[in-house]
Ligand binder design. Structure first.
Ligand SMILES: C[S@@+](CC[C@H](N)C(=O)[O-])C[C@H]1O[C@@H](n2cnc3c(N)ncnc32)[C@H](O)[C@@H]1O
Length: 193
């Protein structure tokens, strides 16, 4: 069985222990969100990001795991939100349908990273942003996490910000890198001026 199908019942409690909400809060603080922005969260999991987003934006939460999305149902109640169970490499979403595409603590879980990034770029409007939270591959904590995730059968594809910036440059987007800690960074890709 898929790793996240198994961990879904414990995911929120575990992430609370490791202080994940602080990281999500920092990521949102770095993001300029307008009232009418359509926001997509790729690899949304249990929807923890929603705790830090404005209440009224239209939201699309995408995840491959049915059990993780089931947990997200409680968080989306009363909001303009759609839950989509899909693989990031083939999103059932229109071109240019989102203003902000988040992918937080999820990219290294994807196989075929190039295809995943191409899809995120495709659904983001030209004027929009793709925002990725990832971990510096050379950091010792990332190395330990990579080993543990690989033991659990996960891909553990950790990319440096430069490598991700190269992908987005090809798509005509500039990138800004924000250090969230010595371990984690945020990459913000927006259209070239
Ligand atoms: C570590 S969780 C992160 C969840 C959330 N972004 C957060 O910060 O709490 C990674 C998520 O990516 C999802 N995922 C893994 N591979 C995927 C794929 N190919 N397509 C869509 N989602 C995927 C998993 O099901 C899991 O919910």
């Amino acid at each position: 069985m898929n790793f996240f199908q198994l961990v879904a019942p414990f995911y929120d409690a575990f992430m609370k222990l490791v202080g994940h909400s602080k990281t999500l809060k920092k990521a949102v603080r770095e993001t300029e969100i307008k009232e009418d922005d359509v926001i997509c969260d790729i690899g949304a999991g249990t929807g923890q990001l929603l705790d830090f987003l404005p209440e009224d934006n239209e939201l699309i939460l995408v995840d491959a795991s049915e059990k993780m999305l089931k947990k997200a149902e409680k968080r989306v109640r009363g909001r303009k939100a759609r839950l989509v169970q899909a693989q990031v490499q083939k999103l059932p979403l229109d071109d240019d349908c989102c203003d902000i595409v988040f992918c937080l603590d999820a990219l290294h879980h994807f196989t075929r990273t190039g295809a995943a990034l191409a899809e995120m770029n495709r659904i983001a409007k030209e004027s929009g942003q793709v925002i990725i939270l990832e971990f510096y591959p050379s950091n010792i904590k990332t190395k330990v996490m990579k080993r543990l995730e690989e033991l659990a059968g996960e891909p553990g594809c950790f990319y440096s910000p430069d490598k991700l910036a190269d992908f987005f440059y090809k798509y005509g987007r500039n990138t800004k890198i924000v250090d969230l800690s010595s371990w984690q960074y945020l990459l913000i890709a927006s259209h070239k001026e």
